[in-house]
Structures are given as C-alpha cells and as structure tokens.
Design a protein around this ligand. Structure first.
Ligand SMILES: [Fe+2]
Ligand SMILES: [Fe+2]
Length: 206
C-alpha cells in the first residue's frame, strides 16, 4: 500500500520502501495522511475539499481532451499530477461514506470547466484556472484559519497548508502567463468564482 506523505508543498508521494525502512516511523517533517483524523466540525469543509479535488482532476482531463496545444497540454499535465496527489490524500483522510453524493456532477462540471475554455485557446484556460485557484486559495485559507489554534489538529493543518501552497502556485502559473484581464475576462473570472462558491456550498452539504 502506498503511503502519501506531506512535507513542504506535498512534494513526496512515494512508497515507504523508497524512502524509509519498513518499520521506521515517518520522518519528523512528514505525516502519514492516513493518521489524520478530521474534527467533526471540519467534515463538511473537507468533503468540499475532496469534491473540489475531484473537480480539479476533471478540469485538467477536460483540457487535455480538447486541446492540441503543446504548451497548454504541458501546463495541464503538470497541474494534473498535483491534483491527483491532492485527491489521493483527501481520499485517505475522508471516509468514503463522507464523500459528496454529487461526485459525478463535480466531475462533469470540472471537465466542462476545463474543456470549454480550451475550445477558445490557452488564454481562456489560464484565465479560468486563475479564477478557480484564486477561489480555492481562499477556501483553504478559511479552513487553515479555523485550525490555526488547534494544536491537536496540526497534521490536518499542515496538509491543508501544503495543498493551499500548491493551489497558489497553480494560480500564479496560470495568471503569470496572462496580461491584465479584459472586461470579458473579468466577467468570466467572476462567473467562475461564483460557480466555485456554489459548488463548495453544495458539496459541503450533499
Ligand atoms: Fe488541488
Ligand atoms: Fe490546483
């Protein structure tokens, strides 16, 4: 069984035998995600995180299904690998009975959120990813603020911080490829943000 570990920025995702002897404890700066227990009041938020990572994986698959751009596909492959690691971590910490019942919807919505802008070209995708990841940054930040003073929840805090750090890198990667947004770009960013907000609202409850 693979052990998904958290360190500075979720860079590790490896089998135990690649990094540590079988009987060794995880290194001090690494945490086994399977050891994380979610406080009851955080379950809805983590459910929305899990749903969001499902959607994120599908966003990049949607881009890759539509785009022929080498640059854009390279961008999507790179981000997809990170989102797949995030999803595995969320699946490890959140029991399946706590998953959103709307996962197929999040997958379809994510796929369309990637595929439709990809029909219009790389700039539309980067604008979309910039908007999604800006929202996700704030969404993780709210949870991190909630956990900040709970020392007992430190592993979950670190996991969320590491995920947030990756999402910020995704946002900066996308927006760094663009100039200032046009009025259409601003309107699209607002629409994506509202859609993300509605998704989180529903996923945390259903
Ligand atoms: Fe993610
Ligand atoms: Fe991301």
């Amino acid at each position: 069984m693979q052990m998904h570990t958290i360190d500075n920025g979720l860079k590790k995702h490896s089998s135990p035998e690649e990094t540590t002897p079988p009987s060794a404890e995880p290194p001090k700066n690494q945490i086994s995600a399977s050891q994380i227990e979610i406080p009851a009041d955080m379950v809805p938020a983590i459910r929305s995180d899990h749903a969001g990572e499902v959607g994120a994986v599908c966003i990049y698959r949607g881009i890759l299904a539509v785009s022929n751009s080498i640059e854009l596909c390279d961008f999507a492959h790179h981000h997809l690998a990170t989102e797949q690691r995030h999803l595995k971590l969320m699946e490890e910490i959140l029991p399946s009975e706590q998953h959103s019942r709307l996962l197929p919807l999040w997958c379809v919505a994510g796929w369309l959120t990637g595929a439709l802008p990809a029909l219009f070209g790389a700039a539309a995708v980067y604008r979309t990813i910039g908007a999604v990841e800006s929202y996700v940054d704030l969404h993780y930040a709210r949870q991190i603020d909630t956990l900040r003073d709970r020392s007992a929840d430190e592993p979950l805090y670190r996991l969320l911080k590491a995920c947030q750090s990756d999402e910020v890198m995704h946002r900066n990667d996308a927006l760094g490829r663009l100039g200032k947004p046009s009025l259409v770009g601003k309107a699209w960013t607002r629409m994506v943000s509202l859609g993300s907000s509605a998704g989180v609202y529903l996923a945390s409850r259903l």
